[in-house]
Ligand binder design. Structure first.
Ligand SMILES: Cc1cc2nc3c(=O)[nH]c(=O)nc-3n(C[C@H](O)[C@H](O)[C@H](O)COP(=O)(O)O)c2cc1C
Length: 391
C-alpha cells in the first residue's frame, strides 16, 4: 500500500493521502493552501489526493442558509473535493447528497464519528455507531439517491482534477464514503467488541466505496493514543472489499508510513497535522514514492503561504471572518516557525503571535509578517505541537 494511489469507486486519486474535515478550519481558503503546497511547478498534484469540506448540515444546505453555503463553497482549483454530511434521517441525508452532487462534490461522505453533543443528541455523528441498522439504512438510501443523479463523462472530467476516472468517458454516480470511530464505548473496544469492523463490512455491502476509521472510541474524544490495532481489525474485516483509510495523530510524514505498515490501510487521512504543516501531504507522499522527505520550506515560503491564506479568507468570507481566523490560526502555523539561537536552543515566535493577535486589519497583519521576515518578532519558548482538541 505504500506509495500506491487510492481508488474510491470510479475515482483514482493522485495519492493515498486525504485532508480530514475539521469543523471551523478546513474551509475553501485552507483547502486551497493545502492544495498549493501539494502542487509542483508544472501544476501537477504531488501530495493531497482528496480534501473534504467540514461537516455540513443537509437541512442547512437545502434551506440555503448562509453558513452552510459558505462551508460548502468550492471552486475549480478545489478538486477533487469530498462533501461531508451529518444527520440521522435517511431521506434528508439523501436530499443533502443530491445537493452535494449538484454543487461540485466528487465524493459524498457521511459523518459517523463526530462525538460532539450538538450532533450526537440528534442521533447523528458517532451516535450512529450505537444503531448500526440506522447507519446502514442511511448509507443505503444515500447510495440509491446518488445512483439517480449520475454525472456525465464531461462533468466527471471537470471534477476529477489531478485524479482520474478508472474508466474514462463514462457516466456514473458520485461515490459514497463514511467516516467513523472504532465504536462508542472504550470497554467494547478493549473487550474486542468494537462495532467498526462489522459496520464497515455492512456498509461495503450496500455500496459504500471506502471507509475512514479514526482510531479512537467516542468516549476517548481526542484524548489518549490512537489505536492502530483497531484500524487494522477493520482492514482485516473488509478483506479488500473496499479501501480503509486510517486516521489519527499523523503529525510527521513517518507517522503516515507507520500507520500504513501497522494497519494495512489503503490511505491515510490527516487533520490537525495539516493545520501546522499544510505541506505534510507533499512530504508524506515523497517519503512513500522516493524514500525521502523534501527539504523543509523556508521561513519566507511559510509566511507567504499564511499571507495568501489570509487574502483568500478575506476574498471568500470577508474581513471579519479572516481576522478572527488568522488570530487563532497563527498559533498553528507558528509551530513550524521556530529558530535556533546562538546557544543552540530552540526559540519560538511568541512576539509574532502576539502582534497578529493585536492587529486590527489584514493590512496590519501583512505588515507584521514583513517585520518578521526582516528578522524581528522572535523570542519566547518554542511550543511544540499540542492537541487541537484542547483549544
Ligand atoms: C476541532 C475539530 C473539528 C473536527 N471536525 C470534524 C468534522 O467536521 N468532521 C469529521 O468527520 N471529523 C471532524 N474532526 C475529526 C478529524 O477529522 C479527525 O478524525 C481527528 O482530528 C483525528 O485526526 P488527526 O489526529 O489527524 O487530527 C474534527 C476534529 C477536531 C479536533
Amino acid at each position: 500500500m505504500i506509495g500506491r494511489p487510492l481508488q474510491l469507486g470510479p475515482v483514482r486519486l493522485a495519492s493515498n493521502l486525504l485532508l480530514a474535515p475539521i469543523a471551523g478550519y478546513c474551509d475553501l481558503a485552507f483547502r486551497t493552501i493545502v492544495r498549493e503546497w501539494s502542487t509542483d511547478a508544472a501544476g501537477v498534484g504531488v501530495g493531497v489526493g482528496l480534501a473534504c469540506t467540514d461537516l455540513l448540515s443537509p437541512q442547512g444546505l437545502l434551506r440555503g442558509t448562509a453558513t452552510s453555503l459558505d462551508l460548502a463553497a468550492t471552486n475549480d482549483f478545489d478538486k477533487p473535493v469530498g462533501m461531508q454530511l451529518y444527520g440521522s434521517d435517511p431521506e434528508i441525508m439523501a436530499q443533502g447528497a443530491r445537493w452535494a452532487v449538484e454543487h461540485g462534490a466528487t465524493i459524498v461522505d457521511i459523518n459517523m464519528g463526530c462525538p460532539v453533543d450538538k450532533v450526537t443528541k440528534k442521533d447523528g455523528g458517532s451516535k450512529l455507531l450505537t444503531d448500526l441498522s440506522r447507519a446502514v439504512g442511511i448509507a443505503k438510501r444515500v447510495v440509491q439517491e446518488l445512483e439517480r443523479c449520475p454525472l456525465s463523462a464531461q462533468e466527471w472530467q471537470r471534477r476529477v482534477g489531478n485524479s482520474s476516472l478508472v474508466v474514462p468517458g463514462v457516466t456514473c454516480p458520485v461515490p459514497l464514503t463514511c467516516k467513523m470511530r472504532l465504536c462508542w464505548y472504550d470497554a467494547d473496544y478493549h473487550a474486542g467488541n468494537a462495532c467498526s469492523p462489522h459496520l464497515a463490512r455492512m456498509l461495503a455491502d450496500v455500496g459504500v466505496v471506502g471507509v475512514t476509521v479514526h482510531g479512537r472510541t467516542t468516549e476517548m474524544k481526542f484524548a489518549g493514543e490512537v489505536q492502530l490495532p483497531g484500524i487494522a481489525r477493520v482492514v482485516e474485516a473488509v478483506n479488500g472489499a473496499i479501501p480503509i483509510i486510517g486516521n489519527g495523530d499523523v503529525r510527521e510524514p513517518e507517522d503516515a508510513v507507520h500507520m500504513i505498515r501497522e494497519t494495512g490501510c489503503a490511505g491515510v487521512m490527516i487533520g490537525r497535522g495539516a493545520l501546522s504543516t499544510p505541506w505534510i501531504f507533499r512530504d508524506a507522499w515523497a517519503l512513500q514514492v522516493a524514500g525521502r522527505v523534501p527539504a523543509k520550506p523556508t521561513e519566507r515560503a511559510i509566511i507567504e503561504s499564511v499571507r495568501r491564506y489570509l487574502q483568500l479568507m478575506v476574498q471568500y468570507r470577508g474581513t471579519h471572518y479572516a481576522m478572527v481566523q488568522i488570530r487563532r490560526r497563527m498559533t498553528w502555523f507558528a509551530k513550524r516557525l521556530m529558530t535556533v539561537d546562538g546557544r543552540g536552543r530552540l526559540v519560538g515566535v511568541k512576539p509574532l503571535k502576539e502582534a497578529v493577535r493585536n492587529a486590527q486589519t489584514p493590512e496590519e497583519v501583512s505588515a507584521v509578517f514583513d517585520q518578521f521576515l526582516a528578522g524581528g518578532l522572535r523570542g519566547g519558548a518554542y511550543e511544540p505541537d499540542q492537541a487541537l482538541a484542547e483549544s
